[in-house]
Write a protein that binds this ligand. Structure first.
Ligand code: HEM
Ligand code: HEM
Length: 193
């Protein structure tokens, strides 16, 4: 079944959940490699072609994640959602909901801050999406003295993976706790429906 029901996650939600998770898994190392390659190039011993290649892949995958997350949230809001699994006490329900909201927020802030970092860049650095190397800017190039610099958005982008790693650890631990300690089938219903 494609859509969710009050009892189970449908195929669309499950596919998007795991596809986005896999794309993030690829996107994180791409980001670190890209920054390393850029730093090496700036230090005079790197390869600019490699920086462009990694940047093209990082931007394109990041934009795809953003599009899929928008689809996922629209689907979520337009479909019923199953109740949280198992009999949870109030604080557990709160932590579960807060973690999911934080994950959705990060899934937007992550790509948007990266896009803003490239947009505010004062040099001539392309913003790629597949063959298109001139994606529009979402913030203007930073004027001298402006507080909205590429560095500021870059810092936000960088904080996302630090916050994201902590929240994801909590998310994965909770999924395993549900599945293997409480045996309430939370993980299997996100996996098999
Ligand atoms: C969910 C999507 C994304 C994830 C998980 C992600 C992840 C990362 C990571 C881990 C880094 C390395 C940060 C560091 O060295 O501390 C990075 C750097 C960067 N990413 Fe992304 N990224 C995403 C989307 C995007 C998008 C859509 C763009 C641009 C269109 C982008 C542009 C950049 C830029 C410019 C940097 C270098 C920032 C700096 O060092 O100031 N990212 N990204
Ligand atoms: C980057 C990786 C991941 C992201 C961004 C992510 C994000 C999310 C979000 C936002 C939800 C809430 C769904 C909703 O209410 O609409 C969710 C649910 C869920 N996630 Fe993840 N997730 C990731 C990785 C994982 C992993 C690795 C596991 C398992 C080990 C997992 C297990 C689950 C389970 C079981 C649910 C369903 C909870 C329920 O039925 O109420 N997730 N995930």
């Amino acid at each position: 079944m494609l859509g969710n029901t009050p009892a189970r996650w449908g195929l669309v939600t499950r596919s998007l959940h795991w596809l986005i998770a896999a794309m993030i898994l690829v996107q994180l190392p791409l980001g670190f490699l890209m920054v390393d390659a850029y730093d090496a190039w700036q230090a005079g011993h790197g390869d600019p072609a490699l920086v462009m290649k990694l940047s093209r892949a990082h931007n394109t995958n990041g934009f795809l994640i953003l599009i899929l997350v928008m689809l996922r949230l629209s689907w979520r809001l337009g479909n019923p959602s199953p109740a949280l699994p198992g009999a949870l006490v109030a604080w557990q329900r709160f932590v579960a909901r807060a973690t999911h909201v934080a994950l959705y927020a990060l899934l937007f802030i992550f790509p948007l801050s990266g896009w803003a970092a490239l947009s505010a860049w004062t040099g001539d650095f392309p913003i790629y999406f597949f063959g298109w190397d001139n994606v529009f800017r979402i913030v203007p190039q930073a004027a001298p003295g402006s507080p909205f610099t590429s560095d500021l958005f870059g810092e936000i982008h960088e904080s996302c993976w630090k916050a994201g790693a902590a929240i994801l650890l909590l998310h994965i631990s909770a999924a395993l706790w549900h599945e293997y300690i409480r045996h309430d089938g939370a993980l299997s219903r996100m996996w098999r429906g």
